[in-house]
Design a protein around this ligand. Structure first.
Ligand SMILES: Cc1cc2nc3c(=O)[nH]c(=O)nc-3n(C[C@H](O)[C@H](O)[C@H](O)COP(=O)(O)OP(=O)(O)OC[C@H]3O[C@@H](n4cnc5c(N)ncnc54)[C@H](O)[C@@H]3O)c2cc1C
Length: 345
């Protein structure tokens, strides 16, 4: 009999992230498909009651929690000990977790401790017949495979954004607190705080409905024979501020800085999408000033609706991959879009 454990860490305010609700929904679908299976939830955090209550109307029949100040922050030693204790308490055979940076770092080690197996970058956890099976992409999202395993426990880290989130309502959950005996070794890393960019400087927003992609064209000579980098910077930042879109970039544009050319200072290689960049998932994408060759459009595979603004009507990518192509000057289009957005916030 399969026992499915949805493993989640609570957010600093005590809530559950959308990625956890996505993993819960996938877990529930699997639970429904496997006759006689159990669905349990395991939570870790300083306090987990509010998070458990927020999904109390879910079909999960048991809630386990590891709680305490030691478990508030991401730290390998304490997170691994907590996850191990939860898996044992639930006697889980299938452990499903959102592929957050926190779990990605910890769960492969927990699988090793429990003699299990782990798959990461998972985009589905059941095959067409409803049996446990992992779906994932290979070779920079060019090939898709479905894998099955008989070995248990089997850990599955689900890529955020690949599932729809469960809408389970709130209620009162009875959480069984699982004790964890922490060794000194598991506490030897001290978390002294979190350093992060100011909200406005943070341009990568995985939960944004729109991905805005900038290409090298923004820094190229324009019709007047000159570059307009400061103007490009203002247009792009204004657009991001007005839309709260996530910012992606072509490799050429982020590379320009390293080559000593005029470049947009808020872009880093973390913004790069494509073959050697990230593979973000968003409902819509707008690419601007990109030529974007075929292998590098893989970053767009998980964008549901794709639009592009390019001066080049013959661009193969724009013609082949965009749902809508605006053959136009991106400086003019984004300036106009910003005016309209500012007038209709
Ligand atoms: C091993 C390897 C890995 C790579 N990995 C990646 C990757 O992961 N991601 C990636 O993106 N690239 C990657 N590349 C690079 C890739 O091959 C392309 O060189 C790059 O994507 C092109 O970037 P671009 O479209 O910004 O620039 P360009 O090719 O220079 O295109 C600029 C475009 O801007 C348009 N333009 C100029 N001005 C305007 C304007 N005012 N309005 C509208 N349009 C305008 C031009 O018409 C042109 O089409 C990789 C390359 C290699 C060799």
């Amino acid at each position: 009999m399969e026992t499915i454990l949805l493993l989640a860490h609570v957010e600093p305010g005590g809530s559950l992230a959308k990625s956890a609700r996505e993993a819960l929904r996938a877990s529930r679908s699997l639970n429904k498909a496997i006759a006689g299976s159990n669905l349990f939830v395991g939570l870790i955090g300083e306090s987990v009651q509010a998070a458990a209550d927020s999904i109390a109307a879910s079909p999960a029949t048991k809630y386990f929690g590891v709680v305490g100040a030691e478990f508030a922050h991401s730290r390998y030693g304490t997170d691994a000990a907590a996850a191990e204790a939860l898996c044992k308490a639930a006697q889980a055979t299938l452990v499903v977790a959102p592929a957050t940076s926190r779990w990605n770092r910890v769960l492969p080690g927990v699988a090793q401790r429990l003699g299990g197996r782990v798959d990461c970058h998972v985009t589905a956890i059941a095959d067409a017949a409803g049996n446990p099976a992992v779906n994932r992409w290979y070779y920079r999202q060019r090939m898709e495979a479905t894998l099955t395993r008989t070995h248990r426990p089997w850990f599955m880290l689900i890529d955020p954004g690949s599932q729809s989130a469960c809408e389970c309502g709130a209620g009162a959950a009875a959480v069984e607190i699982v004790p964890v005996n922490l060794t000194d070794a598991s506490r030897r890393t001290t978390v002294i705080g979190i350093r992060e960019p100011k909200a406005d400087a943070q341009t990568i927003r995985p939960d944004a409905p729109l991905l805005f992609v900038t290409g090298a064209g923004w820094t190229k000579k324009q019709a007047d024979g000159r570059t307009h980098v400061p103007e490009a910077e203002k247009l792009i930042l204004d657009f991001l501020r007005l839309t709260r879109a996530s910012l992606g970039s072509s490799k050429s544009l982020v590379d320009l800085g390293g080559e000593g050319q005029a470049v947009l200072p808020f872009l880093s290689h973390l913004n790069q999408i494509g073959q050697t960049g990230a593979t973000p998932r968003h409902a819509k994408g707008l690419s601007t000033c990109c030529h974007g060759e075929e292998p590098h459009t893989v970053g767009w595979r998980f964008i549901a609706e794709r639009r592009a603004i390019s001066l080049d009507p013959n661009c193969g990518w724009s013609r082949g991959k965009a749902d809508v192509l605006y053959v136009a000057d991106a400086f003019a289009v984004i300036a106009k879009a910003n005016d309209l957005l500012a007038a209709n916030p």
